[in-house]
Write a protein that binds this ligand. Structure first.
Ligand code: SF4
Ligand code: FES
Length: 218
């Protein structure tokens, strides 16, 4: 699952694209249409702009569908020193930082700096968002319910680990901020359980409703 997808090699940069994690309305195509043109084959031309400009646009991709590797000695994508999870209205959880996704048995599925995780329960590519929230009619304004996070542990540092509880929530562990869709309000915490079935009455936190609705997920 840590495969970065298809590679588009250029003279100075290789752009990698994982179609299964692409859901967003063209942050890339709007930012650099000469490079990212969905109406062209191949749709990514890594020689149509400077590697600095391409890297900057790739790092805007909120889902992690896009990555890059510089072959000109340019800087790699920096790992943010703070972890942040932001709700989106009627859509997924966007994570940025030092993110690690793991199964309950400890198997690490992914390390990344940018991830979009399903919180409606309808994705066919769980734990990642695949855009199905729209078809599923998921509605949630992305406000912060009553805080269920454990207070920030002064010893906690580094990665935010997200463990997939089978048929249940996302168990988050590590220092992070959890922010409402508006970005205006955030909770700081170091662990908690976030709803990924779509049924909690205290979103974004799990309230146990996944059992009542028979939520099934790896
Ligand atoms: S910015 Fe990322 S998620 Fe959005 S369209 Fe481009 S590749 Fe897809
Ligand atoms: S995962 Fe949705 S209520 Fe627990």
């Amino acid at each position: 699952m840590s495969d970065r997808g298809r590679a588009y090699p250029g003279q100075t940069i290789v752009v990698q694209y994982d179609v299964k994690r692409c859901i967003h309305a063209a942050e890339c195509a709007k930012g650099l249409p000469a490079v990212f043109d969905p109406n062209r084959q191949p749709w990514i031309d890594p020689d149509a702009a400077s590697p600095d400009d391409i890297a900057a646009i790739v790092m805007r991709c909120p889902t992690g569908a896009l990555h890059f590797e510089r072959t000109d000695g340019g800087a790699a994508e920096p790992v943010p020193d703070r972890n942040r999870t932001t709700l989106s209205a009627d859509g997924p959880l966007y994570l940025r930082g030092q993110i690690e996704i793991a199964r309950m048995d400890g198997t690490v599925l992914l390390h990344d700096t940018r991830v979009a995780l399903c919180r409606c329960g309808a994705s066919q590519n769980k734990p990642f968002c695949d855009g199905n929230h729209a078809m599923a009619g998921f509605t949630d304004p992305g406000q912060l319910g009553t805080n269920q996070l454990k207070p920030v542990d002064p010893m906690a540092a580094g990665a935010l680990r997200v463990t997939l509880a089978p048929n249940g929530p996302l168990l988050v562990d590590g220092p992070f901020e959890l922010c409402a869709a508006t970005g205006a309000e955030c909770y700081a915490g170091s662990s908690g359980a976030l709803c990924r079935c779509g049924a909690s009455q205290n979103k974004p936190f799990c309230d146990g409703s996944h059992k009542a609705i028979g939520f099934v997920a790896e």
